[in-house]
Every structure is written in structure tokens, then in C-alpha cells.
Design a protein around this ligand. Structure first.
Ligand SMILES: *[C@@H]1O[C@H](CO)[C@@H](O)[C@H](O)[C@H]1NC(C)=O
Ligand SMILES: *[C@@H]1O[C@H](CO)[C@@H](O)[C@H](O)[C@H]1NC(C)=O
Ligand SMILES: *[C@@H]1O[C@H](CO)[C@@H](O)[C@H](O)[C@H]1NC(C)=O
Length: 138
């Protein structure tokens, strides 16, 4: 569900279930519900979960009319400057603590514009694996 009304922009978060080949588990995580912001604002979307072994957190964007999720960035144990993919660095930041018992991550979007940022944002968590890029089916 995407809201775009007058000059407000809604960012809707939903639970994302990740399936990895041969592994039949899913993670349910808590996310900020829809938020409405004005252009130029900054917004912080928060995602948390309790699974101590899931130290990787990933954030995705699904733009209206797109069918593919874009990987914004991910962190293992922590988020650093390099956690955000190059093409998202301009207006996205990742913050949070993935070592604590309740793991929490925030996607911070700065200087919001309707054109660039109206989308659904998903967060996902998984165990550390050797492969760099996860396989995602939503
Ligand atoms: C948004 O964040 C940027 C960078 O952190 C900061 O410079 C700016 O003042 C913030 N804008 C608002 C409206 O809070
Ligand atoms: C973590 O677990 C506690 C206790 O079971 C619960 O109260 C809390 O809501 C959980 N937090 C998350 C983010 O799942
Ligand atoms: C915010 O975005 C507007 C429109 O893209 C741009 O003109 C402005 O310079 C940006 N402001 C900052 C602080 O990046």
C-alpha cells in the first residue's frame, strides 16, 4: 500500500519474509508502521527483532510500479558508512545495534522528496552466511 496525498509522503513498512534455498525458516520482525512526512523532512524507520543469532539486517526499497526490491544496504553486527549501497548513499543512512539482545536498526532518509522516496521499505534479518548477497523472494 502506497500513500501519496497532497504533499505528504507515506513510507510503509511491511514484514518481509526471506526464503533461502533449502532452508525453510522465516523471520518476523517489528517495524514502524506507515509514516507521513513533508518534503524536505528527515525520517527514521525502525526495525527490531529478538533473534539473537540473526545478526545481519538488510533494508530494501520497493518503488511504486516496480516489482523488484532494491537493496539499500545491510549490516552485520553493526552498521558503518559502507553499509549503504553506493547509489543510495546520498539520502540514506543506516544506524543501530545488531549485537544487543534486542536487535534494532534504523533507516534514516534525509531531505525527503515525493519523487525519490515514496515507496515501501522492508527490513529483513538473517544469520551470517558466507555469501555476500542474499537470495530474496518476496
Ligand atoms: C536532516 O539531516 C541532515 C543530515 O543529517 C541535517 O543536516 C538536516 O538539518 C536535517 N534536516 C531536518 C529538517 O531535520
Ligand atoms: C522481544 O521479546 C520480549 C519478551 O518476549 C517482548 O516483550 C518484545 O516485544 C520483543 N521485542 C521484539 C522486537 O520482538
Ligand atoms: C534537498 O532536496 C532539494 C530538492 O532535490 C534540493 O534542492 C536541496 O538542495 C536539498 N537539500 C539538501 C540539504 O540536500
Amino acid at each position: 500500500l502506497i500513500w501519496h496525498k497532497n504533499k505528504s509522503i507515506a513510507l510503509l513498512l511491511q514484514k518481509l519474509i526471506l526464503f533461502f534455498a533449502g532452508i525453510s525458516w522465516a523471520v518476523l520482525i517489528h517495524q514502524t508502521p506507515s509514516v507521513f512526512v513533508d518534503p524536505g523532512d528527515n525520517v527514521s524507520l525502525v526495525c527490531s527483532h529478538n533473534r539473537s543469532d540473526y545478526k545481519v539486517m538488510l533494508w530494501y526499497r520497493l518503488r511504486p510500479k516496480n516489482t523488484a526490491l532494491d537493496l539499500i544496504g545491510y549490516g552485520y553486527n553493526e552498521f558503518t558508512k559502507d553499509s549503504v549501497e553506493q547509489s543510495f548513499k546520498e539520502s540514506f543512512k543506516l544506524e543501530g545495534d545488531l549485537k544487543a539482545r534486542v536487535k534494532k536498526g534504523s533507516l534514516v532518509i534525509t531531505n525527503i522528496t515525493a519523487e525519490e522516496h515514496t515507496a515501501m521499505y522492508y527490513c529483513a534479518a538473517r544469520e551470517a552466511q558466507h555469501s555476500n548477497k542474499p537470495t530474496v523472494r518476496a
